[in-house]
Design a protein around this ligand. Structure first.
Ligand code: FAD
Length: 430
């Protein structure tokens, strides 16, 4: 009898999962998820993400049961739990997705010290970090040449979903914990539901109904026409490779950005902590400004709308992420690490590489080839929320203000209109 262990981490799907497909070649397989205390006790256990994770695991368990197996759930140290299950079942091999974050690399190193054969498979990104390298460097520091190499690269074939999953006899599957057992605080009130089924439903619908004009509308805040698949990509409920093969050009470029940040983070594991390109920034320690930004009470409607979308949905449109991050770091002069922490507390798609890579890009300490670039929030508002609908959707105090005047509520009093109950801007933005 041959047995293997499939350790799920952030690849919570049965379709196009190369590690699962390889593990299922053994006669018996233990599909395992370990609630890792080291992660649950740290800043990454935000309630919105833990809720999404639990829903995704319930969905994965259902799929594995339909295939004749189950999801085995444990809590503690994944390395100790793998060792225990290998001892109990006689499994000689372990399969998992190759995760290159600092923590993922350490975990993989420890797993390789066990008495099982370890195979780390692709699947978290379209192109694995380190696979593409520029002449004379270990990773790409600039996006455009990376994109060219990425787009021209030969991608792996899509992995087939297993037809059956045979659990070894006598393994106790264990129960899924409740949200309150794992995280404190409440998730955002209007979150996306987790799971591969839901992710694929959204992916199929988006590809057939909305993808074709992505290039024209992806920056239009009120249209809200991007895929909103980021939480499903974060937890691997959908395959980035399947999406890249099916999506339009401009969309593939966004997926390449994701891979780009992942290869930067793999080469520079301190990306969420240290400036990638230190430029001697001196940041303001302004607690009041930071609190106003977090609460969506800066008095700059386009910024406040983004920050309130984040609290309500655990999600923010990419254009609003750019505008709010630029406002915090460039206009208020507050350290990007404060912004990153707040985003990480609330984003369901919150991811070390993508969050840190983008914050550093906006703050001018990262991979931006124009590190001096500043986004004026009013100009951004008139370009990307022309009619003001995005602001009206998220800032109820301004819901009655018509047209683009919603972006400058401080001018209403002067024009004789009754001013809404909304604060004046905390700084002069012109
Ligand atoms: C300050 C800041 C912080 C961010 N933090 C995160 C984060 O923690 N997690 C995260 O997934 N994205 C992050 N992004 C990137 C981007 O805003 C989101 O991926 C995107 O808004 C998700 O919406 P969507 O799925 O509708 O995107 P779509 O436009 O449909 O794009 C498809 C996919 O491409 C990827 N993608 C798109 N843009 C980027 C980008 N700039 N960088 C990396 N991947 C990208 C995402 O996986 C996204 O789901 C951040 C951007 C900024 C400016």
């Amino acid at each position: 009898m041959s047995a293997s262990i499939m350790l799920f981490t952030r690849d919570l799907r049965v379709r196009d999962n190369p590690a699962l497909a390889a593990a299922c070649r053994a006669e018996h397989v233990v599909p395992l998820f370990v609630f890792d205390d080291a992660i649950l006790n740290g800043p990454f256990a935000a309630p919105g993400r833990v809720r999404f994770l639990l829903e995704s695991l319930a969905d994965l368990r259902m799929s594995l049961r339909e295939l004749g197996g189950d999801l085995v759930v444990r809590r503690g140290d994944p390395v100790a739990e793998v060792a225990r299950l290998a001892g109990e079942t006689g499994a000689g091999s372990l399969f998992l997705a190759d995760e290159r974050s600092a923590y993922g690399a350490r975990r993989l190193g420890r797993l390789r010290g066990l008495d099982v054969e370890v195979s780390a498979q692709p699947g978290i990104t379209v192109v694995p970090p380190g696979e593409l390298t520029p002449a004379g460097g270990d990773h790409y520091r600039v996006f455009t040449p990376y994109w060219r190499a990425w787009d021209a690269a030969r991608w792996r074939p899509i992995a087939k979903a297993p037809r059956t999953v045979g659990l070894p006899p006598g393994v106790e599957p264990g129960t899924l914990p409740r949200l309150a057992d794992l995280a404190s605080g409440s998730p955002p009130p209007e979150p996306a539901p987790g799971g591969e089924r839901e992710g694929r439903r959204r992916m199929d619908r988006w590809l057939s109904e909305a993808a074709s004009d992505y290039d024209e509308v992806h920056d239009d805040l009120a249209a809200d026409r991007t895929s909103r698949l980021s939480p499903y990509l974060k937890f691997g409920c959908v395959s980035p490779l399947e999406l890249a093969k099916a999506g339009p050009d401009g969309f593939r470029r966004q997926l390449a950005w994701r891979d780009f940040h992942h290869q930067v983070a793999a080469a520079f594991p301190a990306l969420a902590r240290d400036d990638y390109r230190p430029r001697g920034h001196r940041w303001n320690e302004d607690e009041d400004a930071l609190a106003a930004w977090r609460d969506g009470m800066t008095g700059v409607p386009i910024v406040d709308a983004g920050m309130r979308q984040l609290r309500r949905e655990g999600f923010m449109h990419n254009r609003a992420r750019l505008i709010t991050a630029s406002f915090l770091t460039r206009d208020l002069g507050v350290d990007w690490r404060h912004g990153l922490r707040h985003f990480n507390d609330l984003l369901v798609d919150g991811d070390i590489a993508d969050n840190a890579g983008n914050w550093q890009w906006v703050a001018g300490t990262g991979n931006n080839t124009r590190p001096g670039q500043v986004m004026n929030p009013l100009r951004q508002a008139s370009r990307f929320d022309r009619g003001g609908d995005y602001v009206r959707r998220y800032v109820p105090e301004l819901a009655g203000v018509e047209g683009a005047r919603v972006h400058r509520p401080w001018t209403l009093a002067a024009s004789g209109t009754r001013a809404p109950a909304y604060p004046p801007p905390i700084i002069d933005i012109g």
